[in-house]
Structure formats: C-alpha cells, structure tokens
Ligand binder design. Structure first.
Ligand SMILES: *Cc1c(COP(=O)(O)O)cnc(C)c1O
Length: 337
C-alpha cells in the first residue's frame, strides 16, 4: 500500500529524541469496572525525554528545524506547569542548545517552591522568564528574542505547545505507528485523547487520512481549555497547513475535527471531581498515572461518554495517554492527597 505524502514525510528533517514506538496495552480492569467497550491505552507517557509525553514527538521535527537554522538557543512558552516547556528543555540539553522558557504565572512571579515541571525545567538548565502575559505570549517572546539577539545568540522560536505544521508531523507519524499496532489491539473503533493547542489532534487527523482511517476510526479530541468552534477551526487550519507541507492536494472537510468541549470544568488546570475520579480509577485499577491537567480531564470525559452510552460493549476504544504525570507533584492539594 502506498501512503499518500509518506515520501515527503520521510524527507523532513528529524532528530531522534523519543522512545518509539510507544507500547499499546489493554486496560482489562478499568474496562471491567466501567462495563462498556474494550479499552486500550497508548503509552505516550513513556516517550522518554525527562518523564515522557506527547511533545517529544513534535520536538523531533521542531528541534531538527532549529538545528537546520543553525540556532544555538531555543525559546518557547507555556503555562507554569507546561509539559511542552519541560520536554523542550530536555531536548535542548540533549542537543547542546541553550533553552529559554517564557512561563505564565499570576502577576508574572515565580512560584514560591519549584515543583513538578518547574523543578525539572530548572534541573535541565533552562532559563525561565516569568510573565503574566497569556498565550500566545507575543510581547514577552519578542522581548526575550531581542535580548538574546543583543547577546549575539541565534535563537529559534518553538511555537506554543509545539503546534504548527512542522510540529504536528510528530502526530502524523504517531498515527501511522498506531495503525501498525492494530495487529496487537485488533481494529479500533475510536481513539480518544486530550486536545489543547491543536498539534496532536491535527496530526492525528492528517495521519488518519494518510492511513485510510478517516470514516472508520472515530478520533475524539477532548478539549481541556477551549470551546469547540475555536479549537476545531484551529485544528482544521493546522491539518491543511500540514497537508500542504506534505504536498497533498487533500483538504479537510469542516465537520471532520471532533472536539468535545463538555468537560472544561472550572477552566484550564482547575482540578474537579471528574479529574480526581479519573486519576484514581486509572491508578488503582491499572497502576498507571495520568496527569491532573490534560489526561485526567480527557479520561474523565471518556469515562463519562462511556457512562452515557456513547461507546458500548463490543467496541474497542483506545485512550491515547499524552503524558504529563510530572505535574502531579504540583497538584497534591488539588487532588486531596
Ligand atoms: C500539550 C499536552 C496535550 C495537548 O496536546 P496539544 O497538541 O497541545 O493539543 C495533552 N496532554 C498533555 C499531557 C500535554 O502536555
């Protein structure tokens, strides 16, 4: 079978950073507990790069671009407990690049105690610039870039969440990887995952198109912080940007990105009862750690969809674990632990 766009995908610059392929594993105990579909999990919490996560896949392409640009420093931005920032710091350390992180905190002040991802950012040698500016952090990023340039550095900007047509290629390759693993899982009916800056979801959709999955496997992006219309539009734009990058004429139909925005709860990183329940269920039935911000919320959404009968016995549903458990240590109080 020839995969459309595959030759172009193989030609893109890429550095090896992630432990791939990540395993797929059954979730027999959680499946039994919920009494619904047969559940599987894709262990992208095991991609390596300083405790794993989905950003390692994007960074293989984004860091290669930085090296091609002969950068000596990378800059990126995120929230206080950004997994993307931590994995960027780890990738930069591995490749011998400097790393500057623009991180959001209330009043632009560093938290009193460096914990979770912040502790790891510091351990990995990243320079942190605290800001109270929200995404996309335009002003602060411009200021930090200017300062680095004045110091004679060649800085390369990695986008928020690693989500642009280059970064999303990490998830195009990820879906092709999973398509091969259907030999282990059996044919999948649906894949559910946390969606935020859009790179993961758009890469999955483009990869699904290339793998011939669209229309057969339902790809359910559970939004952690954005309303459906905004995120679906962002995802569609990225899908088309990625298709163009691979020289494909195919463009996405507007109704393809499935974004579920019913589980936004109290907002980004606000842990509620659904997240607490999902984290405990996965930990106590399967011995697997989810994270409080992304995978805990997405799993809570999937569990609710199962309880609502959206996914039923006889179906096979894979939860894509996108990582983030390093943030757990910063959320002890919110988890009641
Ligand atoms: C960034 C992140 C996501 C969301 O991925 P996007 O590509 O930004 O949509 C999901 N889970 C975890 C743990 C993340 O760090």
């Amino acid at each position: 079978m020839t995969i459309p766009g595959f030759t172009q995908l193989e030609k893109l610059p890429r550095v090896h950073l992630a432990h791939l392929p990540t395993p797929v594993e059954p979730l027999p105990n959680l499946s039994k507990h919920l009494g619904g579909p047969e559940l599987w999990i894709k262990r992208d919490d095991q991609t390596g790069l300083a405790t794993g996560g989905n950003k390692a896949r994007k960074l293989e392409f984004l860091m290669a671009e930085a090296l091609e640009a002969r950068a000596d420093t990378v800059i990126t931005a995120g929230s206080t407990q950004s997994n993307h920032a931590r994995q960027t710091a780890a990738g930069a350390a591995r490749l011998g690049l400097g790393c500057h992180l623009v991180l959001y905190a209330p009043e632009g002040k560093a938290p009193q105690h460096a914990t979770g991802n912040v502790l790891l950012d510091e351990l990995l040698g990243a320079v942190i610039h605290w800001t109270d500016e929200h995404a996309p952090f335009t002003e602060t990023l411009a200021r930090v870039s200017g300062e680095l340039k004045a110091q004679g550095k060649t800085a390369h900007l990695i986008p928020y969440g690693g989500s642009n047509p280059v970064g999303m290629m990490g998830f195009v390759t990820a879906v092709l990887e999973l398509a091969g693993q259907e030999a282990i899982t059996g044919p999948l009916d649906a894949v559910a995952y946390a969606s935020s800056s859009g790179g993961t979801q758009s890469g999955m959709i483009l990869g699904a198109h290339m793998a011939g999955w669209l229309g057969r496997v339902r790809l359910v992006g559970i939004s952690v912080d954005e309303h459906e219309k905004i995120l679906a539009e962002r995802v569609a734009g990225l899908v088309n940007g990625g298709a163009a990058l691979l020289g494909l004429d195919w463009r996405i139909k507007d109704d393809v990105p499935e974004v579920v925005d019913s589980y936004l709860g109290g907002g980004y990183a606000v842990v509620g009862d659904p997240e607490r329940e999902a984290l405990r269920l996965l930990a106590r039935h399967e011995g697997i750690l989810a994270d409080p911000v992304y995978t805990g919320r997405a799993l809570a959404g999937l569990i609710d969809l199962i309880r609502l009968g959206e996914f039923k016995a006889g179906q096979r549903v894979l939860f894509w674990h996108t990582g983030g458990s390093a943030a757990l240590f910063a959320f002890g109080d919110a988890l009641g632990l």
